[in-house]
Design a protein around this ligand. Structure first.
Ligand SMILES: Cc1ncc(COP(=O)(O)O)c(C=O)c1O
Length: 699
């Protein structure tokens, strides 16, 4: 454990105010809140992507070397923006985790990864910090508690965790455990998830909400579960489900507790905006909601209708659509109550966003509000509508998933090799060389900060000319190669200058990516961060050690799969998305560990077996007593090769047998020696029991 770097307390507003050690921040109330909008800047006026770039004050007099520090790494990787209050950089230059911000206790992430490796847990390794999960649940509940008490709201808050966000057994069990003080419940979006919810929510008393497509069995199961003191609410997502519910209710003689999901006109923003609106996949239109009311009333069952639900999409990065949706839904709620439904719950769905890039703006990877502001807005809107119409306020339900589960897990993976773009020092063309080569060399010599753009134009034109001259036979292949190399020498020199500039001309911005190295990493994007590939989602990614050292290289990351899409070339940036990551020079015999943060929501279950890279090892770590200050509560071993082969219907035993027969034949024919056969069979059989990723003895 080590001392953390002193935080600049004015740089970031805390996400929420919670009791017990986290500095409370007085949050604006909805009426006075002024969300911070991201103003897009023209590329030419954007600051350089690299805080590591030299600035006036950074250069010591008489010394050109930049002064690097852990503070600069903290700034470069925007750790304060996305990491607070859980992640920081310590004085040793390692990422440090403070899983429970109310306690002054920290875990050095690099030391932890090494410790877990020493216990035989190979990288890539998913580390789940249970105390972070507990803190997220506490924050959400305390923010709603605070809003309810400040507004003197006469109802209560009872959140649920949508199981689909991360169904892993240990996660769901921990959610139920940590949520117990607030009777936190579970939301199911399918029959299997309902089975999970029924098995896990018992004495805690949380709600069980049944969403998603439902068949007769789903509904009957939900209704029967009501009989053993569970509060199970079936939310109608499609009008057709009403028939199933009425049939099941009649068959079982159980009056259902029902909800309706409304298709709001208010939409979210970003990728999931179509979760609401007229063409949304789920939800009932106003006409369909009226039909439900009328049909229930005909059967004298209107008292069954107790909940109104909406969901305007995930990762709603701006507070404005949330306010709009709240206003619309609150009015629908009031109308239903006035029509005689026994309204008790308003379920505002998910959508509470995560600040992946730390910019605190309405950019899709960020959010321009915090949990407290969200809670204020939800409570205020419902209260206003209900008070206006004299309707009793409901129990407020949220289905926040991402905001609960994203922060708790970190994927630690290792760089195993690099492909660096190196052109060497420029070589002066020999006397009598073609003028194009001399010209390029002169261009290279003359590059200074003031003329980078002009030099780039000259070098590009010369390269094109060299290619035409080659095409028409006036330049040999060796000379063409020399011209190309000089061109890249010019680009490298230009790049060194533009990294130090505050404003980079548009056409030069791509140079960084073109000249970046590739860092090959021991993990699969498709398994561990599928949304980086599927929807270009941004996650904070950074080295977890050597942060006292300047990261002088620029790289994209490539995974182990044989797929050109298995690469990450978009990273969080202060103002935008950057296409290269600042990394340290790779030293082949030394470990270089990277962390992919905030990946606890959706990634695990969406991950797939591309190239048969299976589930990674996962561990649950909790703060605890003892020298290390933590203990490992669960180890979930990643898939072995034999397991992933089983998933695709192979029988490893018969595969061994078939290879043995081929080896025997080769032995008989004298194509292989006995020791070679033995070695082959040993490798084959041992590989079946091993981790699907590169392991130490393979690397
Ligand atoms: C109905 C419903 N509820 C809750 C959620 C969870 O949303 P989030 O993870 O954005 O909080 C989702 C996910 O999109 C959803 O579809």
């Amino acid at each position: 454990m080590s001392q953390s770097v002193t935080q600049n307390s004015t740089s970031v507003a805390n996400e929420s105010a919670v009791a017990g050690g986290v500095a409370p921040v007085s949050e604006p109330k909805p009426t006075t809140s002024t969300p911070v909008e991201r103003t897009p800047q023209p590329a030419s006026t954007r600051p350089s992507s690299f805080p590591g770039a030299l600035r006036n004050g950074d250069v010591k007099a008489g010394d050109e070397a930049p002064v690097w520090s852990v503070e600069k790494s903290t700034e470069l990787y925007q750790v304060r923006g996305w990491g607070e209050p859980y992640f920081t950089v310590n004085a040793a230059g390692n990422v440090e985790v403070r899983p429970d911000p109310s306690q002054d206790r920290a875990i050095d992430l690099y030391a932890l990864a090494q410790d877990l490796k020493a216990r035989g847990l190979q990288l890539p390794l998913l580390i789940r910090f249970s105390d972070i999960l507990a803190d997220r649940i506490r924050r959400l509940n305390e923010c709603f508690g605070k809003a309810i008490s400040e507004y003197n709201y006469q109802g209560v808050y009872r959140g649920v965790y949508p199981v689909k966000v991360n169904q892993q057994r240990h996660i769901v069990e921990e959610v139920v455990e940590f949520g117990k003080p607030w009777s936190f419940g579970l939301e199911a979006g399918s029959k299997p998830e309902l089975l999970i919810a029924l098995a896990n929510v018992s004495e805690s008393g949380g709600l069980i909400l049944c969403n998603g497509y439902k068949d007769q069995k789903y509904i009957e199961t939900a209704l029967l579960a009501q009989r053993f003191d569970k509060e199970v609410i079936v939310t109608l997502e499609r009008i057709e489900e009403l028939d199933f519910v009425l049939a099941a209710s009649e068959k079982l003689g159980i009056a259902p507790t029902l909800g309706v999901r409304a298709k709001l006109t208010a939409k979210g923003v970003g990728r999931w905006a179509d979760s609401a609106g007229d063409r949304a996949k789920f939800g009932l239109t106003s006409a369909e909601i009226i039909e439900v009311v009328d049909r229930l009333a005909e059967r004298n069952m209107l008292s069954s209708l107790q909940l109104l639900h909406f969901h305007i999409g995930s990762q709603v990065s701006s507070i404005i659509p949330i306010k709009n949706a709240m206003a619309e839904a609150s009015n629908i709620y009031v109308e239903l109550a006035k029509m005689g439904a026994n309204m008790r719950y308003l379920d505002v769905g998910g959508g509470l966003a995560v600040d992946y890039d730390g910019s605190k703006t309405d950019f899709h990877a960020s959010k321009n509000y915090n949990i407290q502001e969200y809670a204020y807005d939800v409570v205020a809107s419902i209260q206003e509508s209900c008070n206006k119409s004299g309707v009793a306020v409901p129990t407020i339900v949220t289905e926040s998933g991402r905001a609960i589960c994203a922060h708790q897990s970190v994927l630690v993976f290792e760089v195993v090799g690099t492909n660096e773009v190196r052109f060497g020092d420029p070589v002066e063309p020999k006397t009598g060389s073609h003028a194009i080569l001399r010209g390029l060399y002169e261009t290279w010599k003359g590059i200074v900060p003031k003329n980078v753009q002009e030099a780039y134009h000259d070098a590009s034109q010369a390269k094109e000319e060299a290619q035409s001259l080659f095409k028409f036979g006036y330049l040999g292949l060796r000379e063409r190669a020399e011209a190309e190399r000089l061109y890249w020498n010019c680009c490298e020199k230009i790049l060194l200058h533009i990294r130090r500039m505050r404003y980079v001309p548009d056409e030069l911005q791509n140079l960084e990516k073109v000249l970046a190295s590739i860092y090959y990493c021991n993990f699969s994007i498709f398994q561990s961060a599928p949304d980086t590939w599927a929807i270009d989602q941004l996650f904070p990614i950074m080295p977890i050690h050597r942060l006292q050292e300047e990261p002088t290289e620029r790289a994209t990351l490539a995974d182990l799969t044989c797929d050109s899409d298995g690469a990450i070339d978009h990273f969080i940036d202060r103002e935008d998305v950057k296409h290269v990551l600042e990394v340290h020079p790779f030293k082949p015999n030394e470990p270089y560990y990277m962390g992919l943060f905030l990946n606890g929501a959706y990634q695990e279950i969406l991950g797939d077996l591309h190239n048969l890279f299976g589930d990674t090892n996962a561990v649950h770590v909790r703060l605890g007593e003892g020298a290390a200050g933590y203990h490992v509560t669960h180890v979930v071993k990643g898939d072995s090769v034999a397991e992933v082969l089983h998933f695709v219907q192979y029988s490893p035993e018969s595969m061994v047998e078939r290879v043995r027969q081929q080896a025997e034949r080769a032995l008989r024919m004298g194509q292989i020696t006995l020791p070679q056969m033995r070695l082959l069979m040993r490798h084959y059989e041992e590989s079946l029991g091993k981790y699907t990723y590169l392991s130490d003895d393979d690397t």
